[in-house]
Design a binder for this molecule. Structure first.
Ligand code: AMP
Ligand code: MG
Length: 327
């Protein structure tokens, strides 16, 4: 398949590009597009054949459900059973890197394939003008996991999407670098009494808890409520990833052949491949692109600093680092 690529103006998306991409989506094809978190691989969420193509293109396990991307609140109402907690979060935050898991509205025709066989569904409104105009023009919810091959680091720029998806999908929209760099925070709000944090991400926990005036709970390891997608090794480059804690021993002896990502500079002689970030926000923004950059350099290990803070994007970053470094 020949993949069409188009560079778009992020703040003022060209209508011709949006119209071409939305036609592809409406006719059951796949389009990769930028969101504020990472690039998404979009398909019409209500078209089972289109959704199957997402799983095929990514090599994604079929029990890992997809997030439906929406461009209006009314769209959400038709798809899920709303409750006051969800309404409050939507009103306060959307569009935002915040995904809500709710019970499916039985009258909505969301294929089981889209929701990984569950009776719940995940919804979100992305904070990116290209994504919003595309969803609006497609006039259907867009199922969009990250536009990488399953297990690989999520793509945060056009080139990374192209490397993983060229020849496999109909179109890639180049909207520059994404902002957050890690995926959305996923919370389960099906039970307003017990709100579960299924995946930390681009929306910090304390901001959500501030609005809810209560703590988010973590589902235990055996719970059925655990997010299916968090079971797998994920986000990993094809070079082993090791974790370094500030002021502890550096985990690799062969520093010449090591790439380092972190906020603190370990200041070790011959550690020549390193990317030092100003703060956690920049670290999250650059983690996956750093992984992909090091893959193109001749190194044998990647060492990442363990972010210790208990606020901001640190929790999401720790989750990505743990899963990228797990065997
Ligand atoms: P991705 O789109 O690859 O960033 O991953 C989507 C995340 O949302 C995965 O962790 C999924 O397991 C999770 N998710 C999607 N739908 C549901 C659902 N109905 N219940 C629980 N988690 C979900
Ligand atoms: Mg993903």
């Amino acid at each position: 398949m020949t993949t069409i690529t188009a560079k778009i103006n992020k703040w003022n998306p060209e209508p011709e590009i949006i119209s071409m991409a939305s036609e592809i989506l409406r006719s059951g094809g796949l389009v990769a597009f930028p969101t504020e978190t990472v690039y998404g691989l979009g398909a019409d969420a209500l078209n089972v054949e289109a959704v199957k193509k997402i799983y095929e293109a990514k090599g994604r396990p079929s029990d890992n459900p997809l997030i439906l991307h929406l461009s209006s609140y009314e769209q959400a109402e038709g798809l899920v059973i709303m409750n006051d907690v969800a309404k409050k979060l939507i009103k306060n935050f959307w569009p935002a890197p915040l995904t809500l898991v709710l019970n499916v509205n039985p009258s909505a025709k969301i294929p089981l394939r889209t929701r990984g066989g569950l009776d719940t569904v995940a919804i979100r409104m992305p904070d990116n003008p290209v994504a919003l105009s595309l969803i609006d023009a497609a006039k259907t919810p867009i199922a969009a996991p990250s536009a990488n091959l399953s297990g690989r680091p999520s793509p945060t720029d056009f080139q990374s999407v192209f490397n993983d998806m060229n020849g496999k999908i109909e179109m890639i929209i180049d909207g520059g670098e994404t902002e957050a760099g890690i995926e959305s925070t996923v919370i389960d709000v099906t039970n307003p009494e017990k709100i579960l944090m299924l995946r930390p991400g681009g929306m910090p926990r304390e901001i959500i808890e501030g609005v809810l005036e209560k703590e988010l709970e973590i589902p235990d390891a055996l719970s059925k409520k655990r997010s299916p997608g968090t079971r797998y090794r994920h986000y990993a480059p094809n070079i082993p990833v090791k974790i370094w804690q500030y002021e502890k021993n550096f985990p690799v002896d062969d520093v010449k052949n090591c790439g380092y990502l972190g906020i603190n500079d370990p200041e070790i002689k011959n550690l020549n491949h390193k990317i030092i970030f100003d703060d956690v926000k920049n670290y999250a923004h650059g983690l996956f692109s750093g992984f992909r950059k090091f893959e193109t350099e001749k190194i044998s290990y990647i060492v990442v600093e363990w972010p210790e803070d208990d606020f901001g994007l640190s929790e999401g970053l720790r989750d990505r680092i743990l899963r990228a470094s797990s065997k």
